[in-house]
Design a protein around this ligand. Sequence first.
Ligand code: SAM
Length: 246
Amino acid sequence: PPALTLVPTPIGNLEDITLRAIRVLGEADLVLAEDTRVSGRLLQHLGLKKPLLSYHLHNEHQQVPRLLERLEKGEKMALVSDAGTPGISDPGFLLVRECLARGLAVECLPGPTALVPALLKSGFGAERFTFEGFLPVKKGRQTRLRELAPEPRTMIFYESPHRLVKTLGQLAEVFGPQRPASVSRELTKLFEETVTGTLASLATEFGARAAIKGEIVLVVAGNPAPPAREGRAGRYDHEEAEDEDD
Ligand code: SAM
């Protein structure tokens, strides 16, 4: 078995844990958790009792050398984050890189992550897409937005609910107000919703709400003016675009 296994956990609905994830958590000597209380509750729900160790963005640099030592002695570890797939806008990358550099086997289970359902529920092209995670909050934000304006692939952003309206407004300014976009909120949860429109219409709709709560993925259609010989991906204007094969 691998030394380290990345184990995705539900992003809301507890039914989304996989059978394999439960088995791997059950077999681990140690569970590395972003927040030991959050993961402790999940393990309890699964009927598992496991030693937990905190592994998060603020201590990963300290933790990695100690963890590598223990992994090299043969301990089997599972890494989980609070929700979704570890390493996707969550800690994990550093430990994976260092394990691989030392020849320690790393496994990553497929499982819940917020970006995939948000992308597919947007109805925008999913043949090619780019995951942007969180935009820079202050420094570098405008630069990133300008860089992304010509991007022909569908773009996926993670965004906090209290920044959503502002971000939609900034995107409308840089990408143009008519660019199609989709907001998925509370995926897999009781009050899940996906609203699709344009950057301008979404800014208006969410701007009119008293308070926006919950977790949000923002999906923005790619720039529809691809180089002449690009395929249909990214088109949203329904104009007949014959593929030119010759
Ligand atoms: N590792 C996670 C994954 O695989 O999706 C992402 C962790 S990141 C710290 C948290 C962000 O993911 C949230 O701010 C939100 O953008 C997105 N997210 C997580 N769960 C979500 C859900 N149930 N509905 C919508 N967005 C969600």
